[in-house]
Design a protein around this ligand. Structure first.
Ligand code: DGL
Length: 273
């Protein structure tokens, strides 16, 4: 079987925060990033729509030769992953796999919280799916999960509007709302891959003693572990250290937005689904 890159999918820019950590931790592999910027944000869309969009993108990544696809998007992981794994995967080559970002994140919660009160910032879709409380409580029933949906944060990132005072207003509003749910929250998970881009702004409003957890490194560790345990898949992940970027919207826009937090210039190509 022809080796292929690892597919990394997000509704837009957010998955780059995960891809960055993949490249840091596992630089030997090739990565094929697909941002569905033309249809972002996904966060307030229905289950059916998120599933339909996500599946279309996964299908495209498989057609591009990826054998393993990571949904570097919590909304897709919450609303589409299970259906794809259970209903769709068997229509493809039996080696193909799709993984999400929620499970690995929930597994490490106890390494951070001492009070057993954990806050989650996520999109409306991820919050309403209840994926975080369900998954965390399966592993740690004693942990109380407080959620806050932040519907404006992804549009702020997608439109490169994160450093102005208007952004601060929406950031503080949701920080205050989450922290008003309990005085005992000592750990906050950024349950949306776009949110690490807001980390500096968030730090202005979240008290210092509260830990803020981004998912990138956690998901990268989990991918490393997965590849070690699945040799048959690992051997067909191509290894030329190449990263390619594709967007469903205008590449010029993507390159401008993406370069800001990728750190170096990004040269994306347009992809038709
Ligand atoms: N990065 C996606 C997530 O992790 C953002 C969802 C959206 O497009 O609203 O949920």
């Amino acid at each position: 079987m022809q080796p292929g890159p690892i597919g990394v999918f997000d509704s837009g820019y957010g998955g780059l925060t995960v891809l960055k950590e993949f490249v840091k931790k596992l630089p030997q592999y090739d990565y094929f990033y697909l941002g569905d910027n033309a249809r972002a944000p996904y966060g307030s869309r229905s289950f059916d729509t998120v599933y339909e969009y996500t599946f279309e993108c996964v299908n495209r990544l498989f057609a591009e030769g990826c054998h393993l696809v990571i949904l570097a998007c919590n909304t897709s992981s919450a609303k589409a992953l299970r259906t794809i794994q259970q209903k769709d995967l068997h229509h493809f080559d039996s080696i193909k796999r799709v993984l999400g970002v929620i499970r690995p994140t929930t597994e490490i919660v106890k390494e951070y919280t001492k009070t057993n009160h954990v806050g989650i910032f996520a999109t409306s879709g991820t919050v309403s799916s209840q994926s975080y409380p369900i998954e965390i409580n399966k592993l740690y029933p004693e942990v109380i999960v407080h959620q806050e949906a932040c519907p404006m944060w992804v549009p702020l990132v997608e439109n490169n509007e994160i450093t102005n005072s208007g952004a601060d207003y929406f950031i503080q509003k949701h920080v205050d709302a989450l922290l008003s749910k309990s005085d005992d929250i000592d750990t906050i998970i950024l349950g949306c891959t776009h949110y690490p881009i807001l980390l500096n702004q968030l730090r202005k409003f979240v008290p210092e003693q509260i830990k803020i957890i981004s998912q990138g490194e956690i998901v990268a560790n989990s991918l490393q572990d997965y590849l070690l345990r699945h040799n048959e898949l690992e051997t067909i992940c191509s290894k030329n250290s190449q990263v390619s970027f594709y967007t469903t919207d205008f590449p010029d826009n993507f390159d401008k937005g993406a370069s800001i937090f990728w750190g170096t210039e990004v040269n994306s190509k347009h992809i038709l689904l």
